[in-house]
Design a protein around this ligand. Structure first.
Ligand SMILES: [Zn+2]
Length: 429
């Protein structure tokens, strides 16, 4: 097993070049460049100037850059800046003790190998004002904000964001969007709580109408732990099918592998016919793991069926930040059987497309922002736990080494676990 996250070697610029022009600010030298969205998989140098990718070539002389990172090493890869399409980073938007605790964007972003995060419904129209005022200005990580259909976001005490269809203020959201151009990247709805027993269709239709008003995707959380009796569980199944029919191209289903009532597989383990129809119609299937929505049996069954997630995301909150990371979520999917290129594509090209940003992020290309993640793929015997507490094993761990965001370089934090970034090691036999 290779050591995790060994420091990169930063070479000093060769002496004797005084007066000569240095065209590049930063040179990533000798790295294994992997960008499955573009079919790029080769040892290449990448030069950065003015925050943009300036050149990609087999050999760019070190003397042409002010700073050089030597990236040869076992398992070391340079990939497009990773994108986590489901997180909660509205730290400070919600009073402590009320609702869901939020992460600091940079802790789970640039200091965790991730250059872009989507905040998914942490705030609603009543508290979204904190995002442009306090959260975006202090984050180096790019944040895409999906507004909760419910007015207070995740601030409501108890499990539900919405308790009546009237909790969606369609007019306020429209006015808020008009006055904050570019702020709202999507609408988020959670199919959680008793309202879905009685008025589920009306709530889904209203949230869809709001997203349509704004011209943004609707992301919907499936899987409801509050649906504990058989009748409620059957109702969640019905609503998931209704939802898949209501979705339009670009909309996002999140928690694909949920073991909770309302998942996409019927009781015999077959997907509802609406799933294939939705996918054919351009709906994104996101697998946000979080603390409750990743069943290993569900994930394995879906892999066997070819029902793979388009995007892999973490659903990180303060409660899960010390439990896993986006990289560890990717390692979990590698343990299910997905390849490294599969999980990279799901967190780069596919994730960029899901957020409507495929022309800007998610690819390593000349002229684009230099958003790059340098990661180590570490071989080992690792153990993971699904959100039902069931253990499983995997052969790979992923460790962030450096993050480059628009040309700026960030070192990783300590990691999610007391021992650092790697998943837990399996006990020796
Ligand atoms: Zn979430």
């Amino acid at each position: 097993m290779t050591a995790q996250g060994q420091p990169v070697t930063a070479a000093a610029r060769p002496a004797g070049l005084a007066g000569q022009e240095i065209p590049y600010d930063l040179l990533l030298k000798g790295g294994h460049v992997l960008d499955p969205g573009q079919g790029l998989n080769a040892r290449l140098d990448i030069a950065v100037a003015g925050g943009k990718i300036a050149k990609i070539a087999a050999d760019i002389p070190a003397a042409q850059a002010a700073r050089v990172l030597e990236l040869r090493g076992p398992g070391r890869h340079v990939v497009p800046g990773l994108i986590d399409v489901h997180t909660h980073v509205a730290s400070g938007a919600i009073a402590k003790g009320v609702g869901v605790g939020m992460c600091e964007a940079d802790a789970i972003g640039v200091h965790s190998g991730v250059t872009t995060v989507a905040d998914c419904g942490s705030v609603g129209i009543a508290n979204i004002g904190v995002v442009p005022a306090y959260i975006l200005p202090r984050a180096k990580t790019r944040i895409v904000t999906l507004i909760n259909a419910g007015s207070y976001g995740h601030a409501m005490p108890g499990p539900a964001d919405i308790n009546s269809p009237d909790d969606i203020s369609r007019r306020a959201i429209t006015v808020g969007a008009e006055h904050n151009p570019g702020l709202i990247g999507g609408v988020k709805l959670r199919l959680v709580g008793p309202v879905f027993q009685t008025a589920g269709e009306a709530v889904i239709s209203t949230a869809k109408a709001v997203a349509k008003d704004l011209g943004v995707p609707l992301m919907v959380h499936i899987g409801d732990a509050t649906a504990t009796d058989a009748a409620s569980a059957a109702r969640r199944e019905e609503l998931t099918r209704f939802l898949l029919e209501a979705f339009e191209p670009g909309d996002i289903l999140t928690h694909l592998c949920t073991p909770r009532p309302g998942g996409v597989l019927d009781r015999s383990g077959s997907p509802y016919p609406e799933v294939a129809e939705a996918r054919a119609n351009g709906v994104t299937l996101d697998s946000a793991i979080g603390l409750g929505n990743f069943g290993i049996e569900v994930a394995r069954r879906q892999a066997d069926l070819g029902l793979y997630p388009d995007t892999i995301s973490s659903d990180l909150t303060i409660g899960s930040q010390t439990f896993h990371s986006l990289l560890e979520c990717m390692a979990k999917f590698m343990a299910v059987g997905y390849s490294l290129p599969d999980v990279i594509k799901a967190t780069t090209a596919n994730a960029a497309r899901a957020l409507g940003l495929a022309d800007e992020i998610g690819a390593i290309a000349v002229g684009r922002d230099a958003d790059l993640s340098i990661i180590d793929v570490v071989d080992g015997d690792f153990t993971f736990t699904d959100t039902n507490g069931q253990g499983f094993t995997g052969r790979y761990g992923l460790v962030p080494v450096r993050t480059i965001k628009a040309g700026e370089e960030f070192a990783p934090g300590w990691g999610t676990h007391p021992w650092g970034w790697l998943p837990e090691s399996a006990p020796e036999e």
